[in-house]
Design a protein around this ligand. Sequence first.
Ligand code: FES
Length: 978
Amino acid sequence: MKNDSQNITLIINGVSKSLSVGKKESLLDALRSASYFSVKSGCDSGDCGVCTILMEGRPVRSCMIRAMEADGVNITTVEGLSQGEKLHPIQEAFIETGAVQCGFCTPSQVLVAKALLDENPNPSEEEVRGAMSGVLCRCTGYVRTTEAVLRAAAVLREGETEPVMIPQQILPAESKQITLPEAYYRKGGNTAPLPPLVFTPQEMSQTQVIGKPEVKVDAEKLVRGRPVFADDQQPEGLLYGALLTSPHAHARIVNIDASQARAMPGVHAVLTYEDIPRIKYASGGQSYPQPPPYDQVCLDNKVRHVGDRVAVVAAETKYLAENALRLIHVEYELLPLVLDPVEAMQEDAPVIHDEPDTEGIYDSQHNVVHRIDAQVGDVETAFSSAEHVLEGEYHTPKQQQAHLETHVCITYWDEDDRLVIRSSTQVPFHIRRMVAPLIGLPVKRIRVIKPRIGGGFGNKQELILEDLCAHLTLKTGRPVRMELTRRQEFSSTRSRHPNLVRYKIGVTNGKLVAADLYLLGDTGAYGAHGLTVQMVGGFKGLTLYNPPNARFVSDVVYTNKPPTGAFRGYGAMQCQFGIEVLMEEIAEQLNLDVVEFKRDNWLKIGEPMHMAKVLGEGREGFEQMLESSALEQCVDIGLEAMDFYAKREANRRQSGHLRRGMGIAVVMHGSGIAGLDMAAATLKMNDDGSFNLLMGATDLGTGSDTILAQIAAESLGIPVDDLIVYSSDTDFTPFDKGAYASSTTYISGGAVRKAALKIKIQIQEHAALMLDLDDPAKLELKDRKVLAPDGRSLTLEEVALNSLHQMNQHQIMATASHMSYKSPPPTAAQFAEIAVDIETGQITVERLLMVVDCGRVINPITAAGQVEGGMAQALGFALTEDMIFDVEGHLVNDRFGPYHIFKADEMPVMDVIFVQTDDPSGPYGAKSVAEISIDGVAPALVSALHDATSVWVRELPLYPEQVWQALQRKTDKEINNA
Ligand code: FES
């Protein structure tokens, strides 16, 4: 029995259950304590909906209900939906349509759908979106979830429906020949979710498994709500850790008294800076050696932002741990603070890192952590001789990753006295290497397990909890679990760098001859990723149009705000926002067609990327050239699908308070970090001809396990189902740098392909032995068989059994590593159609279309999911998401709602079209797709806003009041484009 507990009896999934629950315990916690792990915790304030269950058939948020109040009620969780092996049709539809990405929101989405369909078997799309709006999803953009519910409704009504099909078209040789299936023109108010459309060049080779919409290898367990996330498996004797954070933006800790907390019964450890060795580190999970500065310690005697770490506690229960935090008395000496990066660089600004033991800060007295200065060509001469020189300054917001699963970590000693860290991390191998010196253990005594991850988007490419949790286990000898609250997610983790982006561009005869980019990056209180994010920004922001004379200067500046870090888009989206809007402004000023102006200037196949050598990622880069691109075709297909020019023409003649606008942006990204990223994969053949695929690659919900399995399956002539995929565990899977930099398909995929080709050779050699043939290379692997030219064949099972038990006995297995000195850019055209109310400044986005060249599309459904999810996050970046601080540095919107991420019923129509290319260095021609998807929405919306109103807004987000104010500066005549 828990303290203050009472027994309640309730019916859970049709079975009567008696639970002992605490007085203040939420129903969410009670259900999870009783092993109903499908019920997730995302905010504890009723805002996100991932804790939704059905109570008497109605969706309710279990975090908002006291467990004691649930006595006698009838509850359904997703564990009760399927009957044995048989999934519920809603679960099946979620799998078939690709509605499951990280899967953290999926159990609650499925339950909400069930409640809807029980009441309304034939809902409209609008009714589906309305019902689903109660559960936030940060991964999908709600396209496939909406499709899944409509599909499940049809199945429940009619018995079955058509299989999910991916429409394919041969890419015509000329743009004027482009036509699309009728639905993709979106005529007549058609808003139904569409599958991605795939254009393929005639000459591209055929594949068997690659290019097919294989269902995700982890989809079934996620849709069943199985205990696969970090917090879903809890060892015996678990203690609950909790983190005390700073209420002040800048202060020195004069005294810290934890005696009362330590004396509390049930409290096993309280650690402050006095208890932990002072070892400097950089928290960004990057390859060795990590870029400087090493400006953090596990716990410090100074705090530099509200939310900074102060102390940690481990106690018998979550509630005891939280109570113990309140008994730690901290005396602070408040210091002057600075929140603005420009002010932070001034002479009299407070010095945020005045400690003597941080090395590698460029100018600590002025809070400048890095200054980057890189140049190619002769910029000054090029500007002086340019026909036109134009400038623009742009501002981007501090956006939070807002993955639905907060940071969670469990640490414990195993039976061999090795420390196990089970963590929701994107970088298990980097974490192991980084934690070791902080806790005083050698790497060999640490094992990091990465289970399924409920989204990360860069925020889990960081050391956030693992060191503190490990210290608590070291201190207590007990397993310890730490989980951040949603408020801590906002103020104690990482976010996107807010940037000032200032471009100066020289143009002669419609061609860019010179560019100067100044980037001011606000890194917050610590410098994690500060250097590399800006370098990527400079590289991509000066390479999209690739002028031969270019200069990049960046200041990365400390402020007393929560630190920034890695976030999908990683500097590139901020700079591409700037250059794309400026290109529009230049086209307007020079009276050029903006599409043709961009077309004349964007990077083309065969061209060297001028900045590649001088701007690597944290170090010097490598010469690179563009080897594949379908940007021309992406733009032309998008122009056709959107009826771009006709609509722009019509928009010139509109009147009234609602104005329509059509926008375009073009973008590029990369595929891994050239010359740095490395991944490895292992394949092992089993008795039945199946294979274990062991990878350090880290699927954080993107579907990378699935597409890597498709690459292996294609190489071995087997179905994906014959691969047992496991990622990632530092004890059992080979090294991989982790999931970031759009590297998994390209780099990890390269490793999988190499390992599979090694295995193929071993199979051929053994089969040749069995068939007494001289030339193994002539044997073909297809349909789980080895086919000989003389018509004989062996099954893979026969080869496996023979090699393990009979002839020349050995294990058929291989490990391969892969790295690349190239990072082939995916390219894309982003289109946006909006309506703006010129009386209020309110923008309504009606349609987003992204036409993407990501090389060969390994899996069109998972790739489309990446693009849709990226566009949804980009909508927030462009319209609603910014972390707002008061003058004392307190974040005022540290919960969902005030921090507005889009819900299902707020989304525009979103379409995805792929134009395949066959990149010569990618596995089967693949490049990347995860990050390019986020780059183009903001500039496309500004482009559309200008089309609608002739107003340029250069600061994001495009809040209505900001748009309205910009409109006030224009005359009616100007707004009417007259
Ligand atoms: Fe919805 Fe990840 S799939 S939050």
